[in-house]
Structure formats: C-alpha cells, structure tokens
Design a protein around this ligand. Structure first.
Ligand code: TRP
Length: 334
C-alpha cells in the first residue's frame, strides 16, 4: 500500500523560485509514489489575513494554477481547499485542549513569524490573535485528518510537524491509539537565496522571482541583482561565490556554461552586464514551459475549478472517516 503524504501551502501570493526549488520540485517528484493530499491552506492564510478575504480567495486560484504549472498532476494528487473540509476545523477544537499556550509561544516557527510581524508593522505585531497563535494546532488537524504519514516541507516547518507529533502522542495517550504520528520529509534542495543576497527568497522581502513574472519584470529584477561589491570595473577579477547572478546561473544554466562563467568571472574576463543578460535569457527559457502549462489553465479556469472540486470531494471522504474514529475515541460518537 502506498504511504500517505499530506502537505500544504498558504494562498497569500504566487509561487516564486524559492517555492519551486524548495518544496515544489520535491512534491512533483513524490506524486508518483504516494497517496498525495495537497492542501491549499486558506483557513491558515486567513489567520493573519482575516481582514483581506479577497486576497486569500484570489490566491487560492492563483496558487492552484502555479502548482499545476510546475507539474503537479491532478490525476495523482488530491488538491483541495482547506476551508471546504469542516472536519479540520472540528479537529482543531478538540486538539486545542491538548496544547498549552506556553508551548505555542515557544514554537520556533510561530516565534519567528511574530518577530517578523513586529519588524514589519511595529506595534501591530504585538496584537497576535488567538487564531494565529493557534495555527500549529490547526495544522496538526490538517495532517491527521487525512492520516498523513509523511509531510514534505521546508526546514522552517519542522517545528510545526514536531508540534503535531506531540499532539498525536497526547491524543493517543489519553483517548487510546487512534492517530498516526507523521514524519517530516525534508526536500533535498535547501532554501533559495533572494536577488538581494538575503538567505531567504520571500514575498515580504521583495527579493523574489515569481513564476508568473513577465520578461520585462525578470529583466528589471536580474539587472538589479547583487553582484560582488568589490568588482568595480568590467575587467576586475571577482568572486562568483558572493554573486547572486552566478548563484542563479547555477540554478537554471547548464553545467558547462556554469563552469565557463565561474572561471571567466574569476579571471576578470566577464562583465556583470553581459553575465546578467545571459542569465535573463536562461531564466526566461527555464520559465517558458511552466508559463505555457499555466496558460492552459488561465484560458480555461473551469478546469481549475473542476480539479479543486474533485480533489476536495475525495479529501472530504477521507476526513469524514477520520472524524468518526476520533469521535469514537473521545466518546462523543452519539
Ligand atoms: N504552514 C505551511 C506554510 O506556511 C502551510 C501548511 C498548512 C502545511 N497546512 C499544512 C504544511 C500541513 C504541511 C502540512 O507553508
């Protein structure tokens, strides 16, 4: 029997290269060999976007199209919308008894997000809601509602999986062996750096290349990418290892070209402008098939609706089954 994978993402913006090289490619690889549930986590997105429902709604479709464009195959993966599975909300209520407030505050991912909000919005960051603080509980419900055994995520999500495991253990100890403890499944590729050299590519950091960026946008972004600050003149030798342009060449260019770029850069026979132009061409070539696949869905939005509807239906069946087991264990199976 195939093992069950459950993973998800928040619909708060389009997918960028960080998503693609991080989790995305890994998901595409895994879809052949697992029973795969892919959750568009709109309820989770609402925890810190509750005052912007249009944004979340729009991005449910956007992200679905992005996922299909990178090669998620709807015949292999149940893509579903979190808010349409009421059992997840129900489980969240029961699990919330099994988690202390102090433990949620200690969750490193939640902690980092709260710190980031403070940095971005000043005092507003201090008005953290009950819903936001509790989203790890809801994420534990996401995973266990489908009997998820493996959760392929990036490193930043590990504390959430750990918290899910704790909830599962506590549930099983109190109510009897019912839920499976999921394992996280780290993708091989690690975090992708931003155009500005930041360790993380992120929407809020303004340093990302999106899959939907048009050629003009890509042109502008790559021309502004950070290069070796010690290289002043075109023929100065430079250090490719501190250059974002070289970093992205390594992601989208051929092995042979990468070697040439590296040695020319070190020797000082390669100007940054030329190097950026070559990267722009390669980046566009790289994104072309993704954009072509996406266009089919942009032109036929009813296809996306159908995929989400069917994925959600299948997910709901599984979640209902799980709910019966949970209610029985908790002696609320009236
Ligand atoms: N927290 C994840 C993110 O921000 C999204 C997510 C929601 C998720 N539910 C999940 C990931 C369940 C793994 C499993 O990207």
């Amino acid at each position: 029997m195939k093992k069950t994978i459950l993973t998800g993402l928040r619909p708060t913006g389009n997918l960028h290269l960080g998503h693609l090289f991080g989790a995305g490619q890994n998901w595409v690889k895994l879809q052949d060999n697992y029973n795969f549930y892919l959750e568009i986590a709109d309820v989770q997105a609402l925890t810190d976007n509750f005052d912007n429902p249009e944004k979340v709604r729009k991005n449910v479709k956007e992200i679905s199209m992005d996922l299909l464009a990178i090669g998620i195959d709807p015949t292999k993966v149940n893509m579903f919308i979190q808010s349409q599975i009421p059992e997840i909300a129900e489980l969240t209520v029961y699990y919330s008894n099994l988690v202390t407030i102090a433990r949620l505050h200690r969750n490193p991912t939640v902690k980092a997000e709260i710190a980031q909000k403070k940095e971005l919005f000043g005092n507003e960051g201090e008005s953290i809601t009950y819903g936001f603080l509790g989203y790890p509980v809801s994420q534990a419900a996401d995973i266990t509602a489908f009997d998820g055994e493996l959760v392929p995520v990036g490193e930043d999500q590990l504390p959430l999986i750990e918290q899910c495991r704790e909830i599962v253990r506590k549930f099983n100890t109190i109510y009897g062996e019912t839920l499976k403890e999921p394992d996280s499944y780290l993708s091989e590729t690690k975090r992708i750096k931003g155009l500005d050299g930041n360790d993380k590519m992120g929407k809020s950091l303004g340093n990302a290349i999106y899959l939907v960026d048009d050629e003009e946008t890509i042109n502008k972004k790559i021309m502004g990418a950070v290069t070796d600050p010690n290289k002043i003149k075109k023929d100065n030798p430079a250090n490719p290892d501190v250059c974002m342009v070289y970093y992205y060449h390594k992601l989208v260019n051929t092995k042979e070209n990468i070697e040439t770029i590296c040695s020319e850069c070190k020797k000082g026979t390669r100007g940054c402008v030329q190097c950026k132009k070559e990267l722009i061409t390669k980046m566009n070539e790289f994104l072309k098939p993704i954009k072509e696949r996406r266009k089919v869905y942009e032109d036929n939005p009813e296809l996306v609706d159908k995929i989400l509807k069917e994925g959600t239906q299948k997910a709901r069946e599984k979640a209902k089954e799980q709910m019966l087991k949970v209610k029985k264990a908790m002696k609320i199976d009236y």
